[in-house]
Design a protein around this ligand. Structure first.
Ligand code: KG4
Ligand code: ZN
Length: 333
């Protein structure tokens, strides 16, 4: 069986073909970073227009790389939400048209759930119960999965996402967009202990996150010290900020581990590309004697392989996809 996944929820136009064993036959991701970089963040209208320009070409390229034709596709899978509504509609409309013309089923996929199932592409036999930490530009969430596809949301951010906080600090320091990878690279040379940020505490004891306090404290320090690239404290500040974000993520992860006693941990989402977070996450899992799964970097940021992967899992669990095309996009869960 061949599943074509399509992902356009934010600023990556992506298509991928997987088989029913999670093998990637081809995967193409076109980033719009260059389009949005001059604005220091994503401009939704520009994102939709760029998807319209790219989607046809990206799907053709994906077919060519898989060395198959559209008639060889058995099932289509497309991101339905959450994300930017205009961007979602481009991918969804394209997928509906394609499914209709090929007379094949279309499976609607949740973007956040597909991030979690990105881990199954390289490790199809991850044992349940699973605890997943999803850290991206738009979301920071903890999910417990007692069994396949059974997503229990344990906590989510109440304001900014972790990636958003990194991107905003980077924007303020004119480091370009997206800022997460730049901070990752620059902070590697700094001393993370010189600037420590206090970790937010939820007064109700929930596992929710909050990153706006971090961001405000960071911005205040930048102003106070008049930090810029050539300031002697610049790199230490970045290292301290990044390390505090990681400490906070692992602090809540640990609380969730105590609460749900998983056997496997998954780290996913764009920020899971962060080199220090990957090391810290693996070290934590090791100490707890839990199995840790972190997708390869290219599968952490938005991609269509994860969309097809979640469709594969749904089919494995007995989903019988129909030909109903009355699927709507949703910007929020
Ligand atoms: O999952 P994703 O591609 O899009 C969303 O669904 O949000 O994540 C994008 C986020 C951005 O905030 C970006 O700065 C962050 O992932 N990111 C990183 C790294 N690479 C990407 N953050 C920290 N370190 C990185 N190496
Ligand atoms: Zn994402």
């Amino acid at each position: 069986m061949k599943i074509l996944g399509i992902e356009t929820s934010c600023d990556e136009t992506s298509a991928a073909v997987l088989d029913e064993e999670f093998n990637i036959l081809s995967s193409v991701v076109l980033s719009q970073d260059e389009v949005h970089a001059p604005f220091g963040g994503i401009v939704p209208e520009l994102a939709s227009r760029q998807h319209v320009r790219s989607i046809g070409y990206i799907v053709s390229e994906t077919m060519e790389r898989a060395q198959i034709g559209l008639l060889d596709i058995d099932i289509l899978a497309v991101t339905q939400g959450p994300g930017l509504i205009g961007s979602l509609l481009v991918g969804l409309s394209y997928a509906k048209g394609l499914a209709y013309s090929l007379d094949i089923p279309l499976v609607a996929i949740d973007h956040l759930e597909s991030h979690v199932y990105s881990a199954f592409i390289e490790n199809p036999d991850i044992a349940y119960p699973i605890l997943a930490l999803l850290v991206s530009g738009g979301h920071t969430s903890l999910y417990s999965l007692p069994r396949s596809l059974d997503f229990c949301l344990l906590g989510k951010t109440r304001d900014d996402a972790a990636g958003e906080a990194l991107d905003k600090i980077a924007k303020f320091l004119s480091l370009g967009y997206p800022g997460g990878p730049v901070i990752d690279r620059l902070a590697a040379q700094g001393d993370p202990k010189r600037f420590a940020f206090s970790l937010p505490q939820m007064s109700d004891g929930s596992l929710d996150f909050s990153f706006s306090g971090f961001k405000t404290a960071g911005l205040r320090l930048i102003k106070e010290l008049q930090l810029s690239r050539d300031h002697p404290d610049f790199i230490d500040f970045l290292a301290g900020f990044e390390s505090s974000v990681i400490k906070y993520l692992l602090h809540n992860l640990d609380r969730a581990v105590q609460a749900v006693a998983p056997v496997s941990l998954i780290l996913c989402g764009g920020v899971a590309r962060n080199s220090k977070l990957r090391i810290a996450f693996e070290g934590y899992a090791d100490r707890q004697k839990l199995s840790a799964y972190i997708p390869s970097p290219s599968l952490c940021t938005d991609n269509a392989a994860m969309v097809a992967a979640l469709a594969v899992e749904k089919l494995r669990q007995g989903l019988e996809p129909g030909l109903d095309l009355s699927i709507n996009a949703y910007p929020r869960r």
